[in-house]
Design a protein around this ligand. Sequence first.
Ligand code: NAD
Length: 434
Amino acid sequence: MMDDKRRFALVGTGNRGTTMWGEDLLAGWRGFVDLVAIADTNALRAERARTMIASNAPIYGDVDTMLTETQPDLVIVCTPDDTHDDIVVKALESGADVITEKPMATTVEKIRRILDAEKRTGRRVDVSFNYRFAPTAARIKELIDAGEIGRVTSVDFHWYLDTHHGADYFRRWHAYTDRSGSLFVHKATHHFDLLNWYLDSEPDTVSAFADLQMYGRKGPFRGPRCKLCPHKASCDFYIDIGADPFLDALYEQPAEIDGYFRDGCVFREDIDIPDTMVANIRYRNNVHVSYSLNTFQPIEGHHIAFNGTKGRIELRQYEDQPWETPPEDVILLVRNFPKGQPAVEHIKVPHSSGGHYGGDDRMRNMIFKPGIADPLGQRAGARAGALSVLCGIAALQSAQSGKVVRLADLMPDLFEAPSAPRIAAQSSASGGRR
Ligand SMILES: NC(=O)c1ccc[n+]([C@@H]2O[C@H](COP(=O)([O-])OP(=O)(O)OC[C@H]3O[C@@H](n4cnc5c(N)ncnc54)[C@H](O)[C@@H]3O)[C@@H](O)[C@H]2O)c1
């Protein structure tokens, strides 16, 4: 029934907002949601997005007016990372619930603003941690929770971005620490959140190294942007934005309004984020993690291994690479002391269609369809958003200072709250406005 639908506003009509939380959401979950407003500081991009979404919702250039005039039940925030906190807080204060894209925020102060506003208003913040919903992640979580490898003592976790995906972060606002928090925050928030969730614990201490090895000032030459670049013919990272009609429509002409080009030069001198990162993390439950993130690989995907007192779980998750891979992923469960059980099990998990190994669809089901059980605690709230961002902030600070950083020293209040809920157990879903 129409009245049961959640009246939502979409803020930020870039790629993520227009597809995941616009077109795809309305295509698959139309029975549960009604798009009542679109907001973006770029009116032309918002208009293009509205056409792609096939909606006639009104467009707003500022969030305050949109909230006052349309009074949504739910605001979905898909703007650049450094702007999330402002919009989330305004939305909560208007009486709406919020789904925010990751990372929830980029600084300790911004994390605090969101946590305070959620507490003050009693509304709910969901953070879009879709990787928790990937079929392989869910299966690994089940195996760990079932005690298959005993107590987890250490984790090896390595994430590989290829020269297409990885380079994209160096073309735009992500390439500046004050906009994205660096990839230790922007990208690794997913990975640190996965660790927190898998281990059912919280990161305590981080030491890290990070360098710029390929992009920015390390490049051999530079130009204004790919489209106008004199090095088109020789640059390995040249892209023709016009060859992708979707990106061209959403970004090229709208860039005339705000100068936000989608094909910025990856070798800009002022890029200040690292492209090669490693971190060691000690968890509160004493698990040791060895993590790395690389941004110019010939492969895309990750490798994760959990070492436990009774055995090891290992996954090489293929996402994109220049050789054929099987139609299913294989989790290896290897036992130290089999005692009648197989020494090794090859657990096959079929690929799911859709973004993030099918995680996007499963997450939308969990958030929008009533009565979906959450036995693995996959739905993530503001505390999970906070912990994974704080871990990234600590990693960057450690890399910059050469010192080991304790998360509680960065944000003591996050760990002092007497009734801080566990990562997975957030406040229950809420319906309409107060
Ligand atoms: N969960 C995931 O897997 C996933 C995947 C991709 C992107 N994201 C996240 O989604 C968000 C958006 O990513 P994107 O690639 O679409 O970004 P984008 O830069 O392409 O789009 C952002 C849009 O927000 C608008 N905007 C900027 N400031 C605004 C403000 N103050 N008010 C209203 N609109 C404003 C811009 O004009 C632009 O249209 C980011 O936080 C990103 O980290 C998450």
